[in-house]
Design a protein around this ligand. Structure first.
Ligand code: FAD
Ligand code: FMN
Ligand code: SF4
Length: 652
């Protein structure tokens, strides 16, 4: 093991067990369709892949303790009766078999739930609906609180029977217990509301009840917001006081997170948020609870190098690394073996598994959720074939990687002078450059490691392929900007594409119209408005902008942005772009009423892409074994490109 990771690989001894290193896999909820709260083999395979990767501790995802109303979504793992123990025991055994210790997060969703789909009644500290989820809610009564305390204790005992080393009470992110702790949700005037002491009462009582149920051996931890990041919520100073009270009440491990539904970008930390931006909260809490209570820092800790730095330079005891373990389950093992360049980086793209009703998934790692079959397929090496991949965007690169792992002789050709495809454009947008650079560096290393041949500045046509004589051709030529036929004048040569704006191929005037309010349009606006002399109007036909990204990514993007000179016109169809005296007028229909907006210097199209499939279709007519992947097959996103490419190569 390299000395570089001296702190990271220092074991830690809890009262009754020891962990081998300071990396924790934090809880990340997985919803396996149809699982009804039970542990299925796919969940075990997912955790086994991460356990093999060697974190010291795995905290199994939020698991609800009260039937129905405790869950925020269907198919979360549950522990409200004994029937759930066997599945969890199998899971614990598998995690243990790789030398990793595990605790389980117990929770009640409170008001942050989708009651319509999860069913049951939505309970909350004070009956105030969540401003984001908006589910109608009722204040939980004192007899119900007493019952809930018993439910937590019963679930803790079941966790003991399943073999967990401990439990973590989820007191963060705005769910029920966090709601009690925070004056933002808790306006009660009885013994469970009021000052900090009273607001912590429910958690203190749950800790006491759990301890009584499970005895002395097991660990009881809490996950706590170091800041709610909402007006009227807990600040770090409040959180320090709460942490001290809970530690005195018996919390033996404190895991410091942040944010609630209206400030979810501090919880899920999309790419726009700074790496490690919540670590200072854990430092503050550690200062408050003192040396005897270990503290975990979490949030956009991107790799073992950053984790080691945090452990060296701050007072925290553990670093939790979440999504990067989705993206690469072997992150800790690779650090230990000095294979840092082989770590596939998480892009913090906010498209992880866990958003109901979607199955588990990861943009950069197509194996998530199908770990076992993926691994087995990679081992199936038939006769080695000569594979040509056309295009070095995400689709082409992933196709090449998988084909090479499967033992084929792979050549990638791209007409550009760099690999990356459209990701080179994504990189130009504020906040994304560093992560995209890391993603490109990962593939550069894979290309070397797997001996993939790459020919750049090579525009491929049918003759090139005929001369090359591949056994298999993967066409990953991407897409080109869509010029909507329905908008008259959109094909005017002076109307520019968002891609060209980002690339600096065109300059924009002062007053700019962007047609299309998905992330492409809005992020292009963000890019333009780095120059604060510019003014942008975004036209979107749907009822809102940014419907293609998560709420958290939207919050992060819009946080500073709305102070700039930008206007969004939603529910607005652009009918015509008309050039008049060097300016542009836009004829629109807004909420069914016609209107004209005049005087734009530049009109930018951000209306999506159309497949670049001419070459692929021509090749399919001439030869066998030609497969189109990514945007050249169906315009989509990064994830679709990676996943269609992977799927195609798995079937090869
Ligand atoms: C500005 C912008 C922002 C985006 N932001 C996001 C985002 O935030 N999240 C997200 O998930 N998706 C985003 N996307 C979409 C995402 O980038 C694409 O879906 C993805 O890159 C498609 O991958 P691909 O491999 O299919 O094609 P591409 O990435 O387009 O790569 C195609 C490659 O093929 C090469 N090529 C084409 N024709 C030939 C030829 N004849 N010979 C040789 N080489 C050829 C090209 O040079 C290029 O390198 C964005 C797209 C754009 C344009
Ligand atoms: C898909 C997903 C599911 C999550 N589920 C939970 C959960 O069940 N309980 C919880 O406390 N936090 C949950 N989180 C938050 C993570 O534990 C973690 O705090 C967050 O992802 C930031 O850390 P990271 O940047 O290392 O991913 C989830 C995050 C993701 C991405
Ligand atoms: S989906 Fe995106 S944010 Fe989630 S782990 Fe994968 S790369 Fe990271």
């Amino acid at each position: 093991m390299s000395e570089k990771f001296e702190k990271l690989f220092t074991p830690y001894k809890f009262r009754s067990f020891e962990v081998s290193n300071r990396v924790v896999m934090p809880p990340m909820a997985i919803y396996i369709p149809g699982s009804k709260g039970y542990v299925e083999q796919r969940l075990i395979d997912y955790y086994e892949a991460r356990a093999k990767g060697g974190p010291g501790l795995i905290i199994v995802n939020a698991t609800y303790v009260s039937p129905v109303s405790g869950a925020s979504h269907p198919n979360q793992t549950a522990l409200y009766n004994d029937s759930f123990i066997d599945g969890l025991k199998k899971l614990v055994d598998v995690i243990h078999s790789h030398g990793v210790k595990t605790i389980i997060q117990l929770y009640h969703s409170g008001r942050q739930r989708f009651g319509m789909i999860a069913g049951g009644e939505t309970l909350s500290p004070s009956g105030i609906p969540d401003p984001v989820r908006k589910d109608p809610t009722r204040a939980i009564t004192i007899p119900e609180i007493q019952n809930l305390i018993k439910e937590f204790a019963a679930a803790a005992l079941r966790a003991k029977k399943a073999g967990f080393e401990g439990i973590e009470l989820h007191c963060g992110h705005g769910y029920l217990l966090a709601g009690f702790l925070s004056p933002y949700q808790n306006t009660r005037t009885d013994e469970y509301g009021g000052d900090t002491w009273k607001r912590t009462r429910i958690v203190r009582e749950i800790i006491a009840a759990c301890r009584e149920a499970i005895g002395d051996e097991m660990l009881i931890g809490v996950r706590l917001n170091g800041s709610d990041y909402v007006n009227g919520g807990n600040t770090l100073e409040d959180a320090k006081e709460i942490a001290k009270i809970l530690a005195d009440a018996g919390a033996e491990l404190i895991h410091v997170t942040a944010g609630m539904a209206p400030s979810g970008h501090y919880t899920f930390l999309p790419a726009e948020m700074k790496a490690g931006c919540n670590v200072y909260l854990a430092e503050g809490i550690k200062e408050a609870v003192g040396p005897d209570v270990p503290v975990i820092a979490v949030g956009a800790i991107e790799d073992p190098v950053q984790a080691e730095e945090i452990l060296r330079e701050t007072n925290v005891d553990f670093t939790a690394i979440g999504r990067p373990m989705f993206a690469d389950p072997d992150i800790v093992k690779k650090a230990k073996e000095g294979r840092l360049k082989e770590i596939r980086p998480c892009l913090r793209c906010s498209k992880s598994a866990g958003v109901w009703p979607e199955d588990m998934r990861c943009t950069v790692n197509p194996a998530v959720g199908i770990e076992k079959s993926f691994e087995e397929n990679l081992k199936k090496m038939g006769p080695s074939k000569k594979v040509l991949v056309i295009g070095a965007g995400p689709g082409g690169l992933e196709a090449a990687r998988i084909a090479a792992i499967k033992g084929h002789e792979v050549t990638v050709m791209d007409k550009k002078d760099k690999i990356g495809g459209k990701m080179l454009l994504v990189k130009l947008r504020p906040g994304k450059d560093r992560l995209i650079d890391r993603w490109i560096a990962y593939y550069e290393n894979e290309i070397d490691r797997l001996k993939i041949k790459v020919e750049l500045n090579k525009e491929v046509d049918v003759a090139t392929v005929e001369a090359f004589q591949p056994d298999i051709t993967i066409v990953a030529t991407g897409g080109k900007p869509l010029v909507p036929k329905a908008i008259k004048g959109a094909d005017n040569k002076k109307v520019v594409a968002a891609d060209d704006v980002l690339l600096g191929n065109v300059s924009v005037g002062k007053n700019i119209a962007i047609i299309g309010g998905s992330s492409l349009g809005v992020e292009t606006a963000d890019f333009i408005l780095q120059d604060d002399t510019k003014k942008v109007t975004v036209f979107e036909m749907q009822r809102d902008v940014l419907l293609d990204i998560s709420h958290d990514a939207e919050l992060a993007l819009l946080e500073d942005f709305l102070k700039k000179d930008i206007k969004f016109l939603t529910s607005t169809d652009v009918l015509k772009v008309e050039e008049k005296n060097g300016k542009f007028d836009l004829q629109i229909r807004r909420f069914s009423k016609p209107d004209v907006i005049t005087g734009f210097d530049t009109v930018v199209l951000a209306c999506g892409v159309t497949p670049e499939n001419k070459l692929g279709l021509a090749l399919q007519e001439k030869m066998d074994n030609v497969f189109l992947v990514g945007d050249s097959a169906t315009p989509g996103d990064f994830r679709a490109a990676v996943h269609t490419a992977a799927q195609t190569c798995m079937n090869m």
